[in-house]
Design a protein around this ligand. Sequence first.
Ligand code: NDP
Ligand code: MG
Length: 380
Amino acid sequence: MKRIALLGSTGSIGRQATEVVDWFPEEFSLVALAAHRHTDLLAEQVKKYQPEVVVIYDETCYGALKEKISFFSGEILVGMEGLIRAASWASADLVITAVSGVVGLLPTVKAIEAGKNIALANKETLVAAGPLVMNLAREKGIRIVPVDSEHSAIFQCFEGDGQAVEKILLTASGGPFRGLTGEQLKKVTPEMALKHPTWNMGHKITIDSATMMNKGLEVIEARWLFQVSYDDITVVVHPQSIIHSMVQYGDGSILGHLGKTDMRIPIQYALTYPDRWKNNLTRIDFAKLAHITFEEPDFASFPCLRIAYEAGREGGTYPAVMNGANEVLVDLFLSKKIGFMDIPAGIERILSRHQREENPSLEAILEADRWARKTVLEVV
Ligand code: NDP
Ligand code: MG
């Protein structure tokens, strides 16, 4: 029996993770659940999974949750303190980090320090603090298995210790606005951006997919997970999202990972690794798959991808600042306070003002994130 702490249990990844747990009730149990403020679903999950601890981050929702789970005899915790306690919960073997945003960084660090293996969905953690988190995991002998579909694909195609890896080919759907010009993109609305062609995900990552910042975050995530240089990570637009990514080797072989666009596949693999278990999902029917196509990313219309490569190459506190500014700008776009192209413009303005720190501590990274969030409100 693998005992799991699920941070972000009410979200898109969180809910799909509970489905995977449901498929294998003899093998998995959920000992900790955490959400931000959705008490209804969280209460249902507490009833169903009987965890040892439940966290509601927003303190103002504590009363409502407590009332809904009056039968619950375990601990109910709040805030960052609560998330950290759940992430390092004594009986948990594995932590699934499925919260959205850099709020996942500190709990992930604490989980690693407590010796928990990590199924990592929360890419913002590696964007903001890649070297620090990977070094800590190495020191502690902790396995970080990616949940992000592209990284799960690369992880499965990455042979041995990455010997003779020439290149990572990171595939991208291109999002809902593939083919539009920068001029046309100025007028797109949140409603249009939230209609992703191939994946159904939380709001923040869906907007990131529309700006291509998601692919930029994934480039940085891949750089740290697989210890490859930015020059060796190439983004390939592949609108059908059938090939989830590829690894190119020095002998001319390219290994790719194919599958349906269903996050339960990489989630399951992260929970069963190093084993592969059978499930009943439908498979790809190649006869019905008319064609798969590839194209180059449009760096001119989607500046976020270029910005992420640049911030990643600069390193230090730059990626954390880029990420923090992006989180705030995505919220402002979703609430219709700024336009779509104000997202990359705002990030560039913030990065140009930032005094970069070379080898930041965790505290310096969190401070850079706070600075970016505050300052971005002054520049847009
Ligand atoms: P959602 O917005 O759907 O869900 C986020 C989850 O995190 C919710 O359960 C939310 O709770 C919870 N949460 C948010 N903030 C806090 C907080 N401060 N404390 C505790 N819980 C919190 O996001 P997704 O599931 O789409 O994405 C989660 C992560 O996975 C992101 O980092 C994303 O980039 C990554 N990812 C997602 C993919 C997908 O297909 N969705 C694919 C690849 C990666 P509440 O419901 O109460 O708000
Ligand atoms: Mg992805």
